[in-house]
Design a protein around this ligand. Structure first.
Ligand SMILES: [Zn+2]
Length: 163
């Protein structure tokens, strides 16, 4: 992560949007920062809106090592400043909701596996209680017994692995 903080400036409108630090691994900026939530937007929401509203204007990106940086932050308007906290709050709510949905889906998946296991166990029990009428019959039942045992063990392993 580069340490310099970046802003994108439109001199024509005396306005800037905050990009914050650039991550050379992901090639994304941190985006706007909310002090209230101690969080970055980690998306290009404000940048995209800024670009759209200033199309045709000359924009310049400068970082905190540049002499003009503090002068611009003092004198120019910070684009979307009043919306940053609300936006980041909505974003973190949405991300929490997504995580919740994911864990609900995982729980449903586990439940389906346990239902399948129960059904296989019932069939397995039926096989174990079936009387053998011949030697060949015994081999068939033993084979089925083995197959059901394998199926149940496999599901147990998968369910335990997910925990
Ligand atoms: Zn502009």
């Amino acid at each position: 992560m580069y340490t310099a903080t970046n802003i994108l400036v439109c001199d024509e409108d005396q306005m800037y949007t905050v990009l914050n630090r650039y991550n050379p691994k992901t090639h994304f900026f941190e985006g706007e920062y909310s002090l209230v939530h101690n969080a970055y937007s980690n998306d290009a929401y404000f940048l995209s809106k800024f670009l759209m509203e200033h199309r045709g204007h000359s924009l310049v990106m400068i970082d905190s090592d540049c002499e003009r940086y503090f002068q611009i932050k003092r004198d120019y308007r910070h684009y979307g400043e009043e919306d940053v906290s609300r936006y980041i709050e909505e974003l973190s709510e949405r991300r929490r909701e997504d995580e919740h949905q994911l864990s609900v889906k995982q729980n449903v998946g586990q439940l389906q596996l346990l239902v399948a296991k129960k059904m296989i166990e019932q069939e397995w029990e039926a096989v174990q209680n079936r009387p053998s009428k011949s030697e060949q019959d015994t081999y068939v039942l033993l084979g089925q017994d083995f197959a059901f045992r394998r199926a149940v063990d496999t599901i147990k392993q998968v369910v335990d692995f997910q925990r």
